[in-house]
Design a binder for this molecule. Sequence first.
Ligand SMILES: [Zn+2]
Length: 484
Amino acid sequence: MNFKRLLVCAVWSLAGLAFSTESLGGTLNYRWRNPEALDYAINGLAPGSSENQPQIVTEDGKTLDVAPESYRIFSVLFGNSDGMNTVKELVGEKNVPDITLRVSESTNDPHSWSTGTTIQIYSQDDFRALGAILHEAAHSFMKAYYGGLPTDGMALEQKYGPDGEHYADEITTPETAFVEAFAEYVADSIAGVDASSKLIRYSQLRKETATSTKGNPDWNWKNFGDCTAEELWRSEAVNALILRDMAIYVSQGKTKLLDVIRTGGRADNLKEFIQKWVVAHPEDTATIIAIVDANTNYTMTDQELRDLFGFTPPYLDLLKSVTNILRTVFGWVPGMSDVVARLDNLIQFLKQGWETRLQALDAYLANRQNNISNFKGQDVNKIDQTLESLLGKSNAGPNVPSSTSGQSSGGTGQSSGSSGQASGTTGQPSSGQSAGTSGQSSTGGIVLPPNTPSPDQPTDPGSGGRVSTPKKYERNRQYIDKSK
Ligand SMILES: [Zn+2]
C-alpha cells in the first residue's frame, strides 16, 4: 500500500473538482478512402448532392463523388447529434486520443475494423457505422481513465477463448465481459444506432468447447436459466444489461456511470465497478442490488451479495491511522488541521455509506425469498418486467436515452429498491476492494467482418451464412475484437 497514493486519493475524493485538470481530449476526424486507396480528410456533405450521385466535401474544399453507402455513413454521422455529441464527449475528455473514422470503398481492403483510435468502416457496412464509432469511443474513454483496458496484457485466447473471437452472447472472462459491456452499453444508449448495436436479452449463452480452435470454432449452448452466477458474470450481454439497467433505474444513472469511470478509480470487472459506484453513491445500493439479482437470475448466494455490497470501505482503517498520525504528529504543520478535517469528513462519509449499504442489503435479503420464488428462472425477457415491478416504471428523464432498446421501458427510476425494514447494521463486511493496477495498454477494437448478416436475418456464423432459427441464435453480433 502506498501511503502517498492513498492520501492523494483521499484528498482527491474530497476536493473533487478542485484537483481536476484541464481537459486535453482528442478530436474526431473523418476520412474517406477511395478505391485507389487515396485518403481524403472530409469536412462534410456537398450541398445539392443527390442519392444518384452523392458527393462529399474534402478538407481542402474539393467535392468528390462517392458511393451511396459512403454517403449514408457520413450523413448518419453528421446527422445524429445525440450520437456524435456522445462520441465527442467521450473522445474530448482528458487524455483520450484522437479518433479517426475512415470510410473505405477500397476493394483492396473490403473490411471494417478498428484499432481503437482508427476505425475503418467498409462502405457496405454502412448500417453499423454509428454503433461502431460509439463502441470504440467508449473503449478509448475507459482506456484513458483506467490507464489501459482491464483486458490489456491478456492473450487473445485468454480474452476470448481458443477461437480468438467473441460474441455478445458468449461467456468469456470477467474482464472481457466488462470491457465489451461498457462499449455495448454506450452504443445502445443512443437512438438511431442499428439493431445490431442494440442490447438484447439472450435466452441461451454460448461457451466454447475444449476442442474449439481458431479456424473451427465450436460452442456448447446453455440456457440462461441453467447458467451459474459465475458464468453470468462472465457474459458481456449480462454485464451490459446490468449497466443499462443501472443507467435507467438509478437516479441520474447515466451521468453517474461515466463519472464513476472518471473518478472512481480503475475497475477490472463489473463487480469492482459496482463496488466503486456504491462507495461513491451508497444511496443507490438498494436499486443496484435488485438490478444485479434479477439480471443474474437470483443465482448468487446471500453471502455473495453481502460480499459484493457490504464490503468494508476501502482503506478505511488505513485512512484512520494516517489521519491520526497527521493529527498527532504533524498537527503543528501550517494548514494541517484543514487536511485532517477533510480526511475526517472522508472517513465519516465512508462509514455512513457503509452503514447505508448494509441497511439496504439487510432489507433486501430479508425479502429476497419472495423475489426468488416470484421471478427466478423465468423467461429471460421477463427480467425487464421484473425490474419494472420491483423498481417502478419511472418517467423518462434527461439522463435516459430517449429511445433505449425495444425491451426497455426507459425512464429514470427513482426507486427505493426493495422495501422492508433494515434490521440494523449487522452485516459482516468481508471482501475488500482492490485498487487495481494499471496494465500496459495495447489497442483493442472491433473488427466487423465483411458480409455481416443483416440484423433481421440472423445467421449461424459457423455454418457459412445459413439462416438459423431465432430461438437458438437470436441475433449474433459479430463484434470481433482483436488487438492490433
Ligand atoms: Zn469492443
